[in-house]
Design a protein around this ligand. Structure first.
Ligand code: HAM
Length: 421
């Protein structure tokens, strides 16, 4: 077949049925977890003033190298959102809702990354943000929400990694020690990490380059520099997770790819996926972000989970299959098409899923379509039925044969049979 003129751009995908229905169901499972925990949905714009995302961090590749930014027709600098946390904080500052403000979201994000399995340029996230409290029990609530979501999908091979990055004083003292260590080994660091070191030494810990590995392994760890308050915060988070029976690994070098994090950070990793792309989702505290966006200091914490990666993990674990799209009934009209139109509409209005054939096909061709649709029953109207005011209902799955039903009773007949099958 000749290649069509246009294809979806590199790193973008068309999601066709039934995978698209599966994605929607995944969002529904997440939405239900959020509803139970008292989160309301926020739907914010897909593009924002570039400045909103610049605050996410100057040493964050997502911002410096991967952002889709452009000038619109009014000469304004715009970015397609690479993530939603900054947008949600912007919305919080704009609308000033009562705190704690608990919001959930879903939707596409855009990052100009090198595409590979589980990494796209347009991908979807589900997530939550809580603004206005630094109570560590909120950290537990947010982390548990992500965990229960994976459980609800049926995933078992998920590991929770947590860390604390400290705040204020502890952060400053740690950064001093870390920078000194990295400076000492500057000559052996990769070029990229030397550059990162200038802007944010902590992000060097995130390097996956082999030449950096021994230097990162020997780096001082935050835990040794925590202030009493930060240590107590982390303790409450850990104890809370333990109370809920949520196992976790403390990962001192988990710094995550965004600059705004303070205190608690966490990631959910799937053992069922390739290590390069095994982060199903993650999040953390960002107690300084509201202020850096020009608002009054407001603590915040949230998480975002990658929809595509989560579904890849579901594939790998053979859980959460795509939902069945089989209609309840397939309507077969051998009298020209009008009966099929009326009958399908009656059934659909009654809340039943009814599909049908077009193009005046033969009985054999229509029966084939009915079988392929996966419908449990066929409702057949031929000339005889039309004359007698009946519809023939045929069982397509079992062997209960076929019966003629009064046209007026067809809806209740299909309902009755569907309930039984
Ligand atoms: P993030 O770690 O950049 O965090 O993204 C969260 C998740 O989105 C990742 O773990 C991954 O599953 C998915 N993801 C990221 N990039 C891609 C990609 N190119 N293709 C496919 N999936 C991807 C954030 O976005 C933060 N806003 C999370 C957060 C919320 N922190 C606080 N609140």
């Amino acid at each position: 077949m000749a290649k069509p003129h246009f294809q979806a751009l590199r790193g973008t995908r068309d999601v066709l049925s039934p995978e698209s229905e599966r994605q929607r169901e995944l969002v529904a499972v997440f939405a239900e977890q959020c509803r139970r925990a008292g989160y309301g949905q926020i739907v914010s714009p897909i593009f924002e003033d570039l400045g909103v995302f610049l605050r996410v961090g100057e040493s964050t590749e997502i911002v410096t190298k991967e952002m889709y930014e452009f000038e619109d027709r009014d000469g304004r600098r715009i970015a397609l959102r690479p993530e939603l946390t900054a947008s949600v904080v912007r919305a919080f500052l704009q609308h000033n809702p009562t705190v704690p403000w608990k919001a959930w979201y879903e939707g596409p994000q855009f990052r100009h990354e090198r595409p590979q399995a589980g990494r796209y340029r347009q991908f979807s996230q589900v997530g939550v943000e809580v603004l206005g409290t630094d109570d560590p029990h909120v950290d537990v609530e947010v982390i548990a929400l992500g965990w229960r979501f994976y459980e609800a999908l049926g995933l078992r091979d998920v590991t929770l990694l947590i860390n604390t990055l400290g705040d204020g004083d502890s952060r400053q003292r740690y950064l001093g020690a870390l920078a000194a260590h990295l400076e000492e080994h500057r000559g052996d660091l990769s070029d990229a990490s030397r550059e990162t070191l200038e802007r944010n030494p902590m992000r060097v810990l995130d390097s996956k380059r082999p030449e950096d590995a021994p230097i990162v392994a020997g780096a001082p760890v935050m835990a040794d520099f925590l202030s009493e308050a930060d240590a107590e915060h982390f303790d409450v988070v850990r104890r809370g997770l333990e109370r809920l029976g949520i196992g976790h690994e403390i990962t001192p070098r988990l710094v995550r790819g965004l600059d705004y994090y303070t205190r608690t950070t966490f990631e959910y990793a799937s053992a069922a996926l390739d290590t390069a792309q095994n982060a199903l989702g993650g999040g953390g505290r960002y107690d300084g972000l509201a202020e850096s966006l020009g608002g009054k200091p407001t603590p915040g914490i949230g998480l975002a989970l990658g929809v595509e990666r989560t579904l890849l993990a579901c594939d790998a674990e053979s859980v959460f299959p795509a939902p069945s799209l089989a209609p309840d009934v397939f309507v077969i009209d051998l009298t020209g098409g009008d009966e099929g139109t009326d009958l399908s509409d009656d059934l659909r209005q009654a809340g039943l899923a009814a599909d049908r054939a077009f193009d005046g096909r033969s009985l054999k061709a229509q029966m084939k379509l009915a079988d392929r649709s996966g419908a449990a029953f066929a409702a057949i109207v031929g000339e005889d039925e039309l004359a007698a005011g009946t519809v023939t209902v045929r069982d397509l799955r079992g062997d209960s044969g076929q019966t003629a039903v009064d046209r007026a009773d067809i809806v209740s007949e299909i309902r009755k049979r569907s309930a039984r099958s």
